[in-house]
Structure formats: structure tokens, C-alpha cells
Design a protein around this ligand. Structure first.
Ligand SMILES: [Zn+2]
Length: 338
């Protein structure tokens, strides 16, 4: 046996491992939910990732166990899965622990009651937002203005009105777009998938047609100072999303649940399409952490080891783009210095 060739192979492998060392550094998660453990219904699993979006046989039932939702979230037969937190306290403390463990900061959206409770535990790492899915649950413009003056409103997010069949051009949104422009705060709007079958089983007004990013165009025309990020990046309508971003350079794409629950063969090419099209400075990382706190570590680790993304692209995706977009540098990296 000749030692030298083996030694060279070992040295070469070590050198390669060094250049491909996993990403480190702080993270800004643009999209977590501050709400209660019942926010997504009864206790459930998510698959990390979901191996397939299963076919539904309407003859075999939908919601509940057994049934379609049961097979996806009740007791899914996927290789890796995460169980939900079962109490509000567990959800909050575990989610905050996940952020600290990963040196992550997060835009936390929800109702004022929950956001304030979470902020009390973690004023440093949380960027408080207000989010809702209906006008009944969205605070009034006056209340939002007051929260902003108190320093407790840094973003309007997540606006998940798609689940109630309401698109961004709905005239009832008008005062909120005007307010976000006036206060100069970013807006995150859900445009993309929900749970499979959600229209049948959970949110009857959900319309996939409202995932189309082009729905935002009239709003962007009328409110040129809006700073907007599209949650779930219009998945899977990437051409429409790219077209919108090309025409409106103030629009960012946030990839939400894709890095948690979508297959490697799906999520990385989707993100890569935005990089290839010249938008690597406008891709934002988010987990869409709902009631499955360990999704945060899973997702961050997955991005750190993502195939295809360069070290610089991972830094932009995980922190730098969000820092520029939000105009903050909570980890003091110096990125915003001129
Ligand atoms: Zn969300």
C-alpha cells in the first residue's frame, strides 16, 4: 500500500471540507407566528419535508382521523416529522429557545395580545408585527398607529387574507396600505399555498388564484412607497413573481414554509430561479413557524447545508437581505454601514 496517494486524498478532502464549511452567523427569520398552541387546530405533525402531496379520494372522507387531513397531519407516515406544542407556554418558550439557539431574530406576527406576551419574554430578538387573516381581526388604523408610536409595530405581517378569499386590491385594504406607506413599515402578505385541501376542510374561502403575485400590481401602482414582501414567494408561480419583481424593485420574495416542508427537489430549484434571474439581493428567509417550534432549527440547518447556494448567497438569504430590507442590524454585523 502506498501511503502518499491516500494522504493526498485525505488532505484534499480536508481542504474541500474547509471551503465548504457550513454557514454560520446570525439569522433574521422574516416570518414566525406569535399565537396560541391551538392556532393550527388540534395537536398535529408536520413532515420535514413532506415526501408527497397525497391524492384525495373524496369518497374516503376529509377532515379528522382517519381521513385525508389525518394522513397528512394526524399521523403522517413520513421519515421525519415534528409534533406541535400543546400549550401556549410551551409554544412560546420553545420557539424563543429555538431562536436563541440559532442566533436568530424574527419578525413575529399575530394579534396584539400574543405579540405583547412574547415580547415580554424576548424583547431583543423579536421584531413585533401585527398580522391577521380578516378585517374583523385586524386592529383599526388608529390602534395600529398607537402601537407604532409605542414602538410595538415594526411590520404588518402576516396578512393572510387569502384564506378568506380576499385579495390585496380589495378596497377595504386601502387605509392599511396608506398607513404602511405613511409609517414606512414593511408589509408581508401571504401569496401561496395553504395545507392541501384547506378549502374543503379548514378555510372554505381560501382561493389558490389569490397566490398570483400579479394581484399586487394595482396596490404597488397606487402606493409606490410600500415596502412589501411576498410570503411564500407566490409559490409555485415563479414566473409571475419574477415578472412582478422585475417591474417593481421594492418587492421582495420571502420563501416561508418552503424550507421547512418542501422537498429538496422543489425548494432549491425554486429559490435558485430567483438567484438566476438576478434577484439574490431580494430573497428573504422565513420559516413560517406556526406551532412546530423545532421547524426553526431544522430549516436553518437545511439552508446552511443547501446545495447550490454559495456561502455569500446563504448569508444574503439568512440575514443580509432582511437587514437591508428592515433597515436593522440586530447582530451588529456592520452590514448597514455605508
Ligand atoms: Zn405564515
Amino acid at each position: 500500500m502506498r501511503i502518499l496517494p491516500y494522504l493526498l486524498i485525505i488532505l484534499a478532502t480536508a481542504a474541500q471540507a474547509q471551503t465548504e464549511a457550513p454557514d454560520r452567523g446570525p439569522v433574521i427569520d422574516m416570518h414566525i407566528h406569535a399565537y396560541g398552541a391551538g392556532g393550527e387546530g388540534p395537536p398535529s405533525y408536520i413532515c420535514t419535508p413532506f415526501p408527497a402531496w397525497k391524492p384525495l379520494d373524496p369518497g374516503k372522507g376529509g377532515a379528522g382521523l382517519p381521513g385525508y387531513l389525518g394522513s397528512m397531519f394526524g399521523n403522517p407516515d413520513c421519515p421525519k416529522r415534528i409534533f406541535s406544542a400543546t400549550t401556549d407556554d410551551e409554544l412560546r418558550t420553545k420557539t424563543l429557545a429555538e431562536l436563541r439557539k440559532n442566533d436568530a431574530y424574527a419578525v413575529a406576527g399575530g394579534s396584539a395580545k400574543y405579540v405583547d406576551r412574547w415580547l415580554a419574554d424576548e424583547p431583543k430578538r423579536l421584531i413585533p408585527a401585527i398580522g391577521a387573516g380578516s378585517f374583523a381581526k385586524l386592529p383599526s388604523v388608529e390602534d395600529l398607529r398607537k402601537r407604532h408610536a409605542e414602538g410595538r409595530l415594526k411590520s404588518l405581517s402576516e396578512l393572510s387574507f387569502q384564506y378568506n378569499g380576499i385579495g390585496p386590491a380589495d378596497p377595504r385594504f386601502e387605509p392599511y396600505w396608506a398607513l404602511a406607506e405613511e409609517l414606512d413599515i414593511p408589509v408581508g402578505i401571504h401569496m401561496g399555498p395553504g395545507a392541501p385541501g384547506t378549502t374543503y376542510f379548514a378555510t372554505p374561502e381560501y382561493r389558490v388564484a389569490l397566490s398570483d403575485p400579479m394581484q399586487l400590481e394595482p396596490v404597488l401602482v397606487k402606493h409606490p412607497r410600500l415596502r412589501i414582501f411576498v410570503v411564500h414567494a407566490g409559490y409555485p408561480m415563479k414566473e409571475r413573481m419574477l415578472a412582478l419583481m422585475a417591474a417593481y424593485p421594492n418587492v421582495y420574495a420571502e420563501f416561508g414554509f418552503l424550507t421547512v416542508g418542501y422537498r429538496d427537489s422543489d425548494v432549491w430549484p425554486y429559490i435558485q430561479a430567483f438567484i438566476d434571474a438576478g434577484f439574490e439581493d431580494r430573497i428573504l428567509y422565513g420559516t413560517d413557524q406556526m406551532v412546530w417550534p423545532e421547524a426553526i432549527s431544522f430549516s436553518i440547518d437545511r439552508v446552511r447545508h443547501a446545495p447550490g447556494l454559495t456561502a455569500a448567497q446563504k448569508r444574503k438569504f439568512l440575514y443580509e437581505n432582511a437587514a437591508r430590507f428592515l433597515r436593522i442590524d440586530p447582530a451588529n454585523t456592520g452590514i448597514l454601514k455605508p
